[in-house]
Design a protein around this ligand. Structure first.
Ligand code: URA
Length: 198
């Protein structure tokens, strides 16, 4: 059995790797957005709204993300949004290391197929999962690091989780600036990628 069995292209059709998540999920929540997007956002795991609708970031965090994307000149249909783990953990707990690693081949395949200019990690869990180190998200938001993902070196932009701005309004400016940076890297404001500047 290959690492991505059960995955039709970008979509995971069926998966039984995590017994807890098989029980807690209503459905598998695959990534959403164009398969050739320049920007790929990676969150932690679906919450209750995402689990019910089958689409990532459709709750309050999704509203915050949508608003900032719009202000940065992007719409949700311009970007791809996915999660480290595609099934809702029970009681919204953090995904375990095993669950993260069980789902990792699907994420790697998605990154490989989408081939984005920039991967934006939304929050601590995806930041640490993709950078494979401790991440202090509040102080590191907006920083870019190159790491091997989906078979090649990629730019990873560390970003706060949109929910952080709901708990602490003082984080709004940093979140906004990071989303603007993602849009700039992907060339949304000038038509040309400005990766070299970061
Ligand atoms: N938070 C996440 O990390 N992912 C979602 O899909 C929704 C909220």
């Amino acid at each position: 059995m290959s690492d991505t069995d059960g995955m039709e292209g970008l979509e995971v059709a069926a998966c039984t790797r995590c017994s807890d998540l098989e029980e807690s999920r209503s459905q598998i929540v695959n990534g959403d957005g164009p398969p050739d997007a320049d920007v790929l956002f990676v969150g932690e795991a679906p919450g209750a709204n995402e689990d019910a609708e089958g689409v990532p970031f459709v709750g309050r965090s999704g509203d915050v993300l949508d608003d900032e994307l719009r202000d940065a000149g992007l719409s949700r249909t311009d970007v791809r949004i996915t999660n480290c783990v595609r099934c809702r953990p029970p009681e919204n707990r953090d995904p375990s290391k095993t669950e993260l690693s069980n789902c990792r081949p699907y994420l790697e395949r998605e990154i490989d197929l989408v081939d984005p200019d920039v991967v934006v990690t939304l929050g601590k869990v995806p930041g640490e999962h993709l950078l494979e180190r401790d991440v202090a998200v509040t102080s590191e938001t907006g920083s870019v690091e190159r790491v091997e993902l989906g078979g090649e070196p990629r730019e990873v932009l560390v970003c706060l989780h949109p929910a952080a701005t709901l708990y602490d309004a003082s984080q709004q400016d940093a979140f906004r600036a990071t989303i603007e940076k993602a849009a700039t890297i992907a060339g949304a404001s000038g038509g040309q990628s400005r990766l070299g500047e970061f």
